[in-house]
Design a protein around this ligand. Structure first.
Ligand code: HEM
Length: 252
């Protein structure tokens, strides 16, 4: 049986590897969101994260961040672990399907198939794209700083965090049309070290501006009612909630 101790020991082994591979700041040329992250030139994978400001010492009054994963479109799937381990971490998987970005959160208790994970509220940001060379998932993740058996920065959002990414460069997932599809094991795996203290915007206003046009609390954020075409992003403090799916979603 896989234990948390095993996961911690495994992740400590990788911390050494990740020291040389540390976060650095960059701004995405399309979204203009400025992230802390890492570009892996060997595998052509970019990972970026940015959090709202730390407002109350190290105790944040928010539970969200923005992230992006950019990978070659030829990969079967690409994965991200913001806890640095496979087990008991918040994972994300992404792959292309018919020009769409198939992206979602996952979780697993060990080295077994990670399954879709309820809890995180994901909003894909408008610069998410599949083009002839790359896939990019640009996302807002709410309710994402803690998860079953873990938390970002072990509960301290200004601490060091090992970030891991994996991919299968040749094998597609079993059913690319379903975001819940099973997949086979990755054949690419790497890590970098993230100083979370460097991964916060300076102001809440700047963080909010990255979200693009937002819907005020109680406004419609999705659904077919009224031929709705967006915006889809709820203002900070509210979450897009299915009220009468598929017709009406509201920021509450
Ligand atoms: C059926 C699917 C999967 C299988 C069978 C699998 C299996 C494994 C195995 C056996 C290892 C240990 C490899 C080693 O130490 O050399 C490993 C490591 C890892 N896997 Fe997976 N994996 C799967 C899917 C995923 C997914 C979807 C993610 C992330 C989105 C992921 C993230 C990781 C990470 C970050 C590590 C290295 C850190 C650690 O050992 O905890 N894996 N995986």
């Amino acid at each position: 049986m896989f234990s948390l101790k095993t996961a911690v020991l495994a992740s400590l082994t990788y911390v050494g590897l990740a020291v040389a591979q540390a976060n650095s700041p960059y701004c995405d040329a399309f979204s203009n969101i400025c992230y802390q992250g890492y570009y892996d030139a060997t595998y052509d994978i970019t990972i970026g994260l940015i959090l709202p400001p730390l407002t109350t010492g190290t105790t944040p009054n928010y539970t969200e961040f923005l992230g992006e994963i950019i990978a070659p479109v030829s990969y079967g799937w690409t994965g991200l672990s913001i806890g640095g381990t496979m087990a008991e971490s918040l994972l994300f998987t992404v792959w292309p399907y018919n020009g769409q970005v198939m992206f979602g959160p996952r979780w697993t208790s060990g080295y077994v198939q990670p399954l879709p994970y309820a809890g995180p509220v994901i909003t894909l940001l408008p610069d998410s794209v599949v083009n002839s060379t790359h896939i990019k998932a640009s996302f807002r993740c709410q309710n994402c700083t803690t998860w079953e058996e873990g938390s970002l920065g072990y509960g301290d959002l200004s601490a060091f965090q090992l970030i891991a990414y994996v991919a299968s460069d040749t094998t597609p997932v079993d059913d690319p049309s379903s975001v819940a599809s099973n997949m086979t094991e990755h054949d690419i795996m790497n890590f970098f070290g993230m100083e979370l203290s460097e991964a916060h915007t300076t102001t809440t206003t700047l963080y909010d501006s990255y979200l693009g046009p937002t819907v005020a609390k109680y406004g419609q954020c999705g659904g077919t009612s009224g031929n709705f075409k967006g915006p889809y992003t709820c203002a900070v403090g509210s979450t897009c909630t299915a009220i009468d799916p598929p017709y009406y979603y509201q920021c509450v």
